[in-house]
Design a protein around this ligand. Structure first.
Ligand code: CTP
Ligand code: MG
Length: 181
């Protein structure tokens, strides 16, 4: 498959995983998931992981996946690329997995003495990809292996790092995020 088609597919399948973190930033606030609980002298997750942010992020990613399913036939024909349809379980797994990956990263950050908002290079950029891909694989292995061929996976990783860095810098510049990571 040509590289342009691989990039289009990689971007398309990851959109439902890219959106949740950004929506969580906008919708966040309210009760933290850990309810203020501590573990070994630090917060379990911290105030940056809230029920509202997690629910809004997951809902937005799932809604986008459903919309993409509606658009896929037309866009596939227009671009001459065979875009995948997200199975029902994957519609939820991609965004929820992304949120879980991000929550897992905060858990690791607190265990390694990093305060809320402290950078964790590499983890900050890839936590949600690992979470969304892992959960998609768990709920629908056949679809996962068909869709995420090695070239698609490779492009997903490169694309994610580029997009994540640029959107976070953008969110910082326009003032909706406290740190540019
Ligand atoms: N957010 C949320 N719920 C989530 C993820 C994010 O409410 N599950 C919101 C919070 O307001 C958070 C902001 O989005 O402060 C930015 O997200 P992120 O950078 O992931 O959190 P940090 O505040 O930097 O905290 P941490 O150090 O734990 O990553
Ligand atoms: Mg952060």
């Amino acid at each position: 498959m040509e590289i342009v088609a691989v990039v289009i597919i990689a971007f398309w399948v990851m959109l439902p995983a890219y959106i949740p973190n950004n929506v969580a930033v906008l919708a966040g606030g309210g009760r933290p998931i850990d309810g203020g609980r501590m573990l070994g002298g630090s917060r379990l997750l911290g105030d940056g992981k809230t029920w509202r942010g997690t629910a809004a992020g997951t809902a937005a990613g799932a809604a986008l996946a459903l919309l993409l399913n509606q658009l896929a036939p037309t866009v596939s024909e227009t671009l001459s690329v065979s875009l995948p349809i997200f199975p029902a379980l994957v519609v939820l797994a991609l965004p929820f997995g992304a949120m879980l990956g991000d929550i897992g990263a905060s858990f690791l950050k607190r265990r390694t003495g990093r305060q809320r908002g402290a950078p964790f290079p590499g983890i900050d950029q890839l936590d949600f990809v690992v979470g969304s891909l892992a959960l998609a694989f768990i709920v629908k292995p056949s679809w996962f292996l068909e869709t995420f061929t090695l070239p698609v996976l490779a492009v997903v990783i490169v694309l994610t790092v580029i997009l994540h860095i640029s959107t976070n810098v953008f969110a910082y510049v326009i003032g909706v995020k406290n740190e540019p990571w």
